[in-house]
Design a protein around this ligand. Structure first.
Ligand SMILES: C[S@@+](CC[C@H](N)C(=O)[O-])C[C@H]1O[C@@H](n2cnc3c(N)ncnc32)[C@H](O)[C@@H]1O
Length: 432
């Protein structure tokens, strides 16, 4: 059967992908949906590479939104409403012309049908005025004002600057190796660099599935910061048959690390769709874990484990480089709600660690409520636990152990090497 393309659609050539980008933006900005979650529905009538294009346009708009809006506002008499179709269409057209390198005539011609029967003239006029003026977007993108204010209050101006710079360039691709002893081999085979044993960083490349070692399951994709919780948990000698429980485990980056390190792993997650990906990852890497679909607020293990990892559900503001939707849809009520869930999981799971065993709590969040504050609350409730500060040699150079014994990665860290996601990680030992 011939492959479907844009041209099978009654829209002008190229328009369906822009229409899908508009639907994605609407899902994120108006309905507060995560971009990845909106992808299937928004791109239902778009095929092949056009689906990737729709995603790229929407993601780039979300990275550049305050700057795009400032440009639009600079040439309109009165600001267009935030959710006006004209503003949305202009964002889609301008990001193509000014960031993605689409020829100007194609950027506007493919977008005008999106405002058919509406403000076509306005959109055409504003686009023309901006592109004719030769104005460019700033090299360092602006953060949404509310995010900037929140992060400035929590971390200060250097972090805010680091975060803005981190949006400017696409993040590199980080791989975690099944066997850290093969680091030199995979650095050479993939043409990458390594920031620590078991890690390879490559410039964001062609499809991951085409890279050497993927089919053989010798590595999996995982930001270097995301690989630290399992590294900290698995560090050091352990007895044969040591057990690990990985809570909130899917799609399994950390389950794979713990299994590769030799633990007998039980991986628990509530999402069937994500568990399917976890099983695929185990199959590809030929690693073993018992996989359980369950809500950790209802489930309990038959017996406590030597090691327990909580990669808690969170606002995910630490992964804004690859998921720029979090910059626009995460607000204080979401952070508070996630922090409440984390506190429950943390306290409940603390009973599932053997005396003398380890617990690592982590979130990919840049909010203290989902990191430092969780730790303080936990320690005040559980005097049977103490912080077990890791050896700094376990971390890549440039990521410190905090004076209080936990690890906090922030934008700006490893910046000269391609940066890292924002994470909070603490390792605790149960007294015994
Ligand atoms: C940060 S992600 C986990 C990433 C994963 N640890 C990895 O390394 O690939 C958080 C996970 O928590 C799961 N989750 C959320 N609420 C849960 C609950 N009540 N019980 C179990 N899993 C939950 C989500 O389905 C999601 O997969």
């Amino acid at each position: 059967m011939p492959r479907k393309t844009d041209s099978d659609n009654p829209d002008a050539l190229g328009t369906p992908s822009r229409r899908a980008a508009l639907r994605l933006l609407d899902a994120v900005l108006r309905r507060g949906e995560p971009l990845e979650q909106a992808l299937v529905a928004a791109t239902r009538h778009v095929y092949g590479p056009d689906r990737g294009l729709a995603h790229a346009i929407a993601a780039e708009v979300l990275r550049r939104l305050p700057d795009l809006d400032a440009l639009i506002d600079s040439v309109t008499e009165r600001p267009l409403p935030d959710d006006a179709k004209a503003r949305m269409a202009l964002r889609v057209a301008l990001v193509q012309a000014l960031v993605l390198g689409t020829p100007h005539h194609a950027a506007i011609a493919t977008v005008l049908p999106l405002v058919d029967g509406g403000p076509r003239k306005l959109v055409h006029g504003v686009f023309g005025a901006i592109t004719r003026s030769g104005v460019l977007l700033p090299e360092i993108p602006a953060l949404p004002p509310k995010v900037e204010a929140r992060w400035d209050a929590a971390w200060g101006p250097d972090m805010v600057e680091g975060a803005a710079q981190a949006i400017a360039a696409p993040p590199p691709l980080d791989l975690t190796l099944a066997d850290p002893g093969e680091t030199d081999h995979w650095v050479a085979a993939l043409g990458g660099t390594s920031l620590m044993p078991g890690h390879v960083r490559v410039a964001d490349a062609a499809p991951v599935t085409d890279l050497p070692g993927f089919a053989e399951g010798r590595w999996w994709v995982q930001d270097i910061a995301a690989s630290l919780p399992a590294r900290l948990l698995a560090d050091g000698p352990r007895h044969d048959g040591a057990t690990a429980i990985d809570l909130c485990a899917a799609p399994g980056g950390k389950t794979l690390q713990l299994a590769a390190a030799g633990y007998t792993v039980t991986a628990v997650d509530v999402s069937n769709a994500r568990i399917k990906r976890l099983r695929e990852n185990l199959f590809r890497t030929r690693l073993k874990a018992e996989v359980i679909a369950a809500d950790v607020l209802k489930w309990a293990p038959a017996e406590p484990a030597d090691a327990l990892l909580i990669d808690a559900p969170c606002s995910a503001t630490g992964i804004f480089r690859r998921h720029p939707d979090v910059l626009h849809r995460v607000h204080p009520a979401i952070i508070e709600e996630m922090a409440g869930l984390q506190a429950k999981v943390f306290l409940r799971a603390a009973d599932w660690v053997k005396p003398g065993g380890r617990l690592v709590f982590a979130t990919c969040s840049l909010e203290r409520a989902e990191g430092e504050d969780q730790l303080a609350r936990f320690l005040s409730a559980r005097d049977d636990y103490a912080i077990d500060a890791p050896d700094p040699a376990l971390l890549p150079a440039g990521v410190p152990v905090h004076a209080d014994g936990y690890v906090r990665t922030l934008p700006g860290m490893l910046a000269d090497k391609g940066g890292c996601d924002g994470f909070f990680i603490v390792r605790l030992r149960r007294k015994g």
